[in-house]
Design a protein around this ligand. Structure first.
Ligand code: NAP
Length: 460
């Protein structure tokens, strides 16, 4: 381990960090352009075949960027998409971005460092960075925006040049170092460990915008919110936002173990998908979609007394027809993804005749990321990390997520040598208590058990 890394782990101040030379290269999870076609014609797109861990060169820093030593990161479903080269090759994103020229051209490389979450220490700041300095502890928002584009100033997510860092850009977070724009930075919650802090930003921010943000479903006190995949990456934060905002979460999951997870998160009503006969993708059979919708609607009416005001969607093709059917007259389906397929089929009569709305949502702008982080920093929203993997085993961690064998978030240690480091507000941590801080701890198979056997869990 180089001397910069030692200084960082010793908690050296910014001026000391700045005096240390940067390494020429660093360890990173990355995809390679020569693998772009390896899954052609096949159906089992095992991400362990494409995701590599190895050394990549240190990139140059643009004036509006910072270099962060990434202590920990987390697996997001977008890295699964990247590693499957689905729905398009991730290298197409990089080639397209590079057409801007200037600093953007750096991103078009024969490799892509992936990862859209991370917590760490700022090591260098570009000449145009004003609000941050070396030594600052930060988490990184995935929303990569162009602040010279007018639309960005109405809402960062509306700019045409908005991208997701580590998905549509290079130099992502599943690595020892990452290059991000200063406009992606958020202060790290002081009571969290590196790996807890690294697990939150992308999924919590996305769920926050979908439910609470001005451009999302704008949940009110008392609203009934149906949450698909409620023990997953997005879902476990959605449950917490609904509870915090005085709503009534109805969580759908696929197993009794996940149902127990939801109870730990305080979810009022839990539905096992088996109860409603939802396995696979029923969307090709309209009668089956209505039958499942009626069963689900009946359960919700029976247990809560009304139809859902909001449906929290990201599953896509397999559930979208059910979501638009089951949401109440005048209610809102808010969607940010399509894990089971993006060509949705739904019966539009139930949408227009019952005056329902569908809202598309994507990530979170910087203001939303800060508002969401404030709730996490105050101990009102808990991390949903359930296992911690070393960077060397990141492909196994991604495989778990690809196979839906995880719960909440799977964290990855990058530069931090062990879990449990990075806490600077021990008083708040003690006040909240370890049990409350990690409600999903140990619920995902850990390194060694990985994608193979379900026995061993990731945290003690
Ligand atoms: P995740 O952790 O894998 O959770 C997804 C959940 O979906 C699973 O827990 C699973 O729950 C449920 N699910 C899977 N197949 C299903 C089916 N056939 N029917 C019903 N439920 C099913 O993933 P995530 O991090 O929450 O992300 C979910 C999706 O949102 C991904 O496609 C991701 O790319 C997207 N996303 C988009 C944004 C954005 O900004 N646009 C941000 C984050 C994520 P059960 O098996 O327990 O039912």
């Amino acid at each position: 381990m180089g001397s910069l890394a030692e200084a960082l782990l010793d908690g050296a101040p910014g001026d000391v960090i700045e005096r240390h030379a940067l390494p020429d290269d660093y360890v990173a999870a990355h995809l390679r352009a020569e693998d772009e076609d390896i899954f052609d014609g096949g159906t089992a797109k095992d991400v362990r075949k494409s995701l590599r861990v190895g050394r990549v060169p240190m990139p140059e820093l643009a004036p509006d960027e910072v270099l962060v030593a990434v202590m920990a990161s987390a697996v997001n479903y977008n890295s699964v998409w990247s590693a499957m080269f689905e729905p398009v090759s991730t290298f197409r994103f990089l080639r397209h971005f590079a057409k801007q020229g200037g600093w953007a051209a750096r991103h078009d490389l024969p490799y892509q460092v992936v990862g859209s979450d991370g917590a760490g220490v700022i090591v260098r700041v570009g000449s145009g960075v004003r609000r941050w300095q070396p030594g600052d502890h930060v988490v990184m928002s995935p929303s990569y925006v162009d602040d010279q584009e007018p639309a960005t100033h109405a809402d960062g997510m509306l700019g045409e040049e908005q991208r997701v860092w580590g998905f549509e850009t290079n130099f992502g977070g599943l690595a020892e170092y990452s290059v991000v724009r200063a406009s992606q930075l958020v202060p790290k919650p002081a009571h969290l460990t590196w790996e807890e802090a690294a697990s939150n930003t992308l999924c919590a921010g996305t769920a926050y915008r979908m439910l609470v943000g001005d451009r999302g479903a704008r949940m009110k006190q008392g609203d009934v919110v149906l949450i698909w995949g409620a023990a997953g990456g997005l879902g476990a934060y959605a449950v917490q936002f609904v509870k915090n905002g005085g709503g009534i979460p109805v969580g759908v999951v696929s197993s009794d173990e996940k149902a127990e997870v939801l109870r730990r998160l305080g979810c009022d009503v839990v539905v096992n998908r088996a109860e409603i006969g939802l396995t696979g993708d029923p969307s090709e059979d309209p009668d089956r979609v209505l039958e499942i919708g009626r069963r689900l609607g009946g359960i919700i009416r029976q247990r809560v007394g009304r139809d859902p005001d909001i449906v929290f969607e990201h599953v896509g093709r397999a559930t979208f027809g059910i979501s638009t059917f089951v949401v109440r007259r005048g209610g809102t389906v808010v969607t940010c993804g399509s894990s089971t397929g993006y060509q949705h089929v739904f019966d539009n009569r139930y949408l227009w005749m019952r005056l329902k709305r569908v809202i598309g949502s994507h990530a979170a702008n910087l203001q939303e990321a800060w508002e969401c982080n404030r709730l996490i920093g105050a101990g009102a929203v808990m991390p949903t990390m359930s296992a911690v993997y070393p960077l060397a085993d990141v492909a196994e961690a991604c495989r778990l997520v690809q196979n839906n064998r995880h719960t909440g978030k799977v964290a990855v240690l990058c530069m931090a040598p062990e879990p449990g480091l990075g806490v600077t507000d021990t008083a708040l941590r003690a006040e909240i208590g370890e049990e409350r801080l990690n409600p999903l701890r140990g619920l995902t198979p850990g390194p060694g058990a990985g994608a193979r056997s379900p026995g061993k869990t990731g945290l003690a």
